[in-house]
Design a protein. Sequence first.
Length: 399
Amino acid sequence: MYKPSDEILEKYANVLVNFALNSGEGIKKGEVVFVSVPECAKPMLIALQRAILRAGGNMILQYTPDDISKEYFELASDEQLNFFPANFIKARVDAIDHILFIGAETNKHELESIKPERIMTRQKAWKPYMEWRDAKENAGKFTWTDALYGTEQMAKEVNLSVEEYWDEIIKACYLDEKDPVAKWREIFAEIERVRSKLDSLKIEKVHVKSESTDLIVKLGKGRKWLGGSGRNIPSFELFISPDWTGTNGKIQFTEPLYSYGNIIDRAYLEFKDGKVVLSRAEKGEEVLKEMIAVENADKIGEFSLTDCRLSRITRFMGETLYDENVGGKYGNTHIALGKSYKDSYPGDPSKVSKEEWNSLGYNESAIHTDIVSTENRVVTATLEDGSEMVIYRDGKFTI
């Protein structure tokens, strides 16, 4: 079984622990990091434990065995699917300062035979967990980051060797640099420059136009752009949680989506007055429609753009973390169906009531699913004064 060198894993762990967490500052002595790692990524766990201990942190470990999810969904009753250990999970959220999640799989098709509604039932049951995390994050008391550990099965799925797959991870995360953290600080500085410029433009709405997409997204009041927070490694995108009520038009997605143990390919959506009115996919359409049927998952919670000059990701990886940050020739546009990011609010999100969130058009859902298009497109912004300005063309920000 292939394993990256100890040097690469040590650099990777250092980026995650001493940079990504705490929004680019790294963990502080005495802080508690909840680490979730699957069995097939054990070498990454060893490197992470060393990095956390050397930084003076404390670790709570969730080490999950491979290939047990299918049998769970086959055997669980409706009551068991809806089981949520509220007291235990709430105590865990209260106890931690950070979450570090490593994504890795040995079977990306494991849940294809499971009825999608059973998977969505489980997803909805765990909604309070995300709400508690969000509340703590909005209060400035919690951060998280996601990263990827490549396996032979993940590489084979996208017609790469495991060495080629890891070459993409190494390149994307700047692990081939002598000091990856220094390089990430440089990247985040450029992301921050563009983010600040986008905020200063006071954009009312954006119009995304390409050969097969014609979509208008209203940004709305009480918003700021986000990016470069360390929440994902790698991350090159600039994104915003728009006012869902002002989404109209159509969008064709080019990249397959691996989600809920299934593949959704060539998804297409049409919106009217903020809601999905037509959805289809060449593969996985049943899963797409079942997902959209979840409460408020027929509305968008995120709009995102990635500049191809920043991202070193050039190949399809079969993982949202990478595919939503792909650079390539034309960068990417993606939207997320479902939950909004409350940290897109420019004030103190912990002080905003549920009624105010609703009036601002921030969507609330148990679902947050990103779907990606790499088609060449022009993004035109309409500003507060009514003027128009092209902010993105040929895969690059123009500001």
